[in-house]
Design a protein around this ligand. Structure first.
Ligand code: F6R
Length: 269
């Protein structure tokens, strides 16, 4: 894993946006894997900003979101489809026909949604760059602790912790789904490159477990230790639990120097 620690959350998202821009530079028709939640909101704002300045175009890209709630319609403001439209798709030139979420509202059998979603990802040529956040319990997508490390897109029941964490988004008495469809861990691991963003003190334990803890289904994000090209962008607060902090900083400096000497240089984890 390449672990890069920044002074603050703003620098984390700036670097994240920079990596998305680099991907578009290399591959204008890149296939992105997008996440929702609080963490990537600023990333989307920066990408929208750069698009408005004429620096970035998403015209030829395709995207697959990690997850979607079950039991609410796409046009419900709480759906992840609404979130993506509101925060990103409505403000850039991406063709919405090429933006996918694993929604099951029009499916007679939600169990068929997962395999169909996987087939769409394959048809698009696979995901070039997957953006991830991390849950306080170490989840990625909605793959909660104890999820199979080789799981595929499927229906998952959310843990009490995740429901509590996400309840801040719902008003009193509003229906909060307990089920979601999420890309599986096996699905996420097939992305060619993965970018995980985490900021804030509350993420420090999950980040430490992901980067330095044992590989275990009890911290689903720990599977990323097995991926060849993962970049973890975190701020000082989220890095607070890391024991090898000094090494990550050193490696980052060396990688930057290599990039200056040899051009684009992909740090391997
Ligand atoms: C969202 C998702 C989740 C979030 C995670 C962190 O699509 O898949 O795994 O990335 O719950 O959420 P925030 O960023 O709100 O802390």
């Amino acid at each position: 894993m390449e672990v890069v620690i920044f002074k603050n959350a703003d620098k984390v998202t700036r670097r994240g946006a920079g990596l998305v821009a680099e991907m578009l530079g290399v591959k204008p028709n890149a296939v992105f894997g997008f996440a929702t939640g609080s963490t990537p909101i600023e990333l989307y704002r920066q990408l929208v900003d750069r698009h408005r300045k004429g620096e970035l175009s998403f015209r030829d890209t395709t995207s697959f979101n990690l997850d979607e709630y079950m039991g609410i319609a796409a046009d419900n403001p709480q759906s992840y489809r609404s979130y993506m439209n509101r925060e990103f798709f409505d403000h850039v030139d991406i063709d919405k026909n090429n933006t996918y979420l694993p929604a099951c509202e029009n499916s007679e059998n939600p169990q068929l949604v997962g395999p169909e979603y996987e087939a769409s990802i394959r048809r698009a040529g696979g995901i070039d760059l997957q953006i991830l956040g991390i849950g306080h319990n170490g989840h990625i997508g909605f793959n909660e602790p104890s999820s199979s490390l080789s799981s595929r897109t499927r229906v998952k029941t959310l843990t009490r912790r995740t429901l509590e964490d996400n309840s801040r988004m719902f008003s009193n008495g509003e229906f909060q789904p307990k089920l979601a469809i999420t890309m599986g861990i096996g699905t996420i691991m097939e992305a060619r490159r993965i970018l995980l963003l985490a900021t804030g003190k509350s993420k420090a334990d999950a980040v430490a477990a992901m980067v330095e803890g044992p590989l275990t289904a009890m911290c689903p994000a720990s599977i990323l230790q097995m991926h060849e090209r993962v970049t973890v962008l975190i701020d000082e607060d989220a890095a607070a639990g890391l024991k090898y902090r000094e090494y990550y900083d050193l490696a980052h400096r060396e990688n930057r120097a290599l990039k200056e000497r040899f051009g684009e240089f992909y740090a391997s984890g």
